[in-house]
Design a protein around this ligand. Structure first.
Ligand code: C2G
Length: 441
């Protein structure tokens, strides 16, 4: 019996895939189709896949062409499979010609002519595109604009910013109103104390919103925004790119599954020493303070693990001697029933930007810069048991964040998880600016 194997994502199965499978089947007597897992696709940069693995497997099964279906989960698995299943022929389309010649050492490699005029990404892109507008005077806006080009289904259509970048000159507008007019959704990175108004205006214009964190500096206002969004079937999402990093989320799942035992302590550090003269008040005023710039991210691992039901908290903060509203360094400590959590942040200091989650069996360690990591370790007393994990992270996780935003909109799934975190962040900000439980050093 001549056994053939072929591999693919098979997203939004189309006639190009089916042509390939038919000809692959004709090459032998038994066809194995390996469908790529969601993680494996993400790790190889395919972040736009619309259908989850099981849907894609079902679509391949329904063609009736596969005698067996397996899952491709890691780089190099093809060699394992060819040996394990005693394969005679490996085949893929000619878009991969040459890429798999090394497999000739194990079996015959056949590249089948790719069917012209159809592809999953073309189908994804033909679907109605989300017209995304941008507002804010920050370079991070242009990181999001650049990353939006990697997301099938998003079209950047309007920018309102003091920062002028030539290559986007065709989509600059002269007002926020114009941005809203041209868009279905808007990305907001205006100063933190203005975001509430900008979000409210966009929601009233029936636009979805993705906004840098914190989206509001008072709990009441944050709740009001989410309520309005939910009542109008709009998506309001806080842009914390770390929340969409595969490595960070896999680490959270492992910890949640008891891999390190009961959590006793969580410590996260985020610093980025601002390259300014801290004796120049104007320079400081041009900066977002440490709490607004870093607390939402630094707080994330705590909220993901322990939520916001802390029993007590205190905030230790060091303000600039010449601008009392700017914190150079802040540490927040949270007391839970059976654990303590803290984060240290600062734009006027430098420290090791790591995340450590202490457990009764071991600990999770993400090295600096943990907030945009592709790597983490689970460590034990017996170091030979330590485990290391790597998950590719493209574009610091911004494109993953935009893909998540788009999926929320497509599924009209209100961003409940984000809502809980966003409200917890806004209430921390409210307490901080009200100087509640604050110790000044
Ligand atoms: N294909 C084709 N004609 C098209 C589109 C795709 O013949 N118009 C073929 C591809 O060449 C591939 C298979 O259909 O052999 C599945 O294509 P995709 O789902 O796009 O997945 P891809 O990432 O190309 O799969 O590691 C090998 C890869 O997994 C191959």
């Amino acid at each position: 019996m001549k056994k053939v194997i072929t591999y693919g994502t098979f997203d939004l199965l189309h006639y190009g895939h089916i042509n390939l499978l038919k000809r692959a089947k004709e090459l032998g007597d038994y066809l194995i189709v390996a469908v790529t897992s969601d993680d494996f696709d993400k790790s190889r940069g395919k972040i736009n896949v619309k259908q989850p693995l099981m849907e894609r497997i079902e679509a391949v099964r329904n063609t009736g062409l596969a005698d067996e279906i397996i899952i491709e989960e890691y780089e190099g698995q093809k060699i394992d499979d060819i040996i394990k299943y005693d394969i005679d022929i490996f085949t893929v389309g000619t878009d991969w010609v040459g890429k798999f010649d090394y497999l000739n050492e194990y079996c015959k490699v056949v590249y089948l002519e790719r069917t012209r005029g159809v592809s999953s990404s073309k189908i994804r892109s033909e679907e109605k595109k989300l017209r995304l507008g941008f507002i804010g005077d920050s370079n991070i806006l242009f990181k999001h604009l650049a990353e939006s080009h990697y997301v099938n289904g998003i079209e950047p259509v309007a920018v309102f910013s003091e920062i002028k970048i030539e290559k986007y000159s065709s989509i600059y507008t002269s007002s926020y109103e114009e941005v809203l007019e041209k868009s279905d959704a808007v990305y907001i990175i205006t100063p933190p104390d203005t975001r509430y108004e900008y979000i409210k205006k966009a929601l009233k214009e029936q636009k979805h919103v993705i906004c840098e964190a914190p989206i509001a500096l008072e709990t009441k206002k944050c709740k009001e925004l989410f309520e309005y969004a939910s009542n109008n079937k709009l998506i309001l999402m806080e842009a914390i790119k770390t929340a969409h990093s595969t490595a960070f989320n896999r680490m959270c799942l492992l910890v949640k599954s008891g891999e390190i035992g009961d959590i006793v302590s969580i410590e996260s550090t985020c610093t980025s020493l601002a390259q300014i003269d801290f004796n120049d008040r104007e320079a400081i005023l041009g900066q977002i303070d440490s709490m607004c710039d870093w607390a939402p991210t630094a707080f994330l691992p705590i909220l993901k693990k322990k939520k916001k039901n802390y029993r007590d908290y205190r905030i230790i903060t060091k303000k600039s001697p010449i601008e009392k509203n700017f914190d150079l360094f802040t540490k927040c400590e949270f007391i839970y029933d059976k654990a303590i959590a803290s984060f240290k942040i600062g734009k006027g200091v430098k420290s090791e930007g790591e995340l450590i989650i202490t457990g009764t069996k071991g600990y999770a360690y993400i090295p600096a810069p943990w907030w945009k990591t592709d790597y983490f370790e689970i460590r034990y007393e017996n170091q030979s048991e330590n485990k290391r994990f790597f998950y590719q992270l493209e574009g610091e996780g911004i494109r993953n964040e935009l893909v998540a935003f788009l999926k929320y909109i497509e599924k009209r799934k209100s961003g409940n998880a984000d809502k809980t975190n966003s409200i917890a962040i806004s209430s921390l900000m409210e307490n901080y600016y009200a100087d509640k439980n604050c110790i000044h050093i």
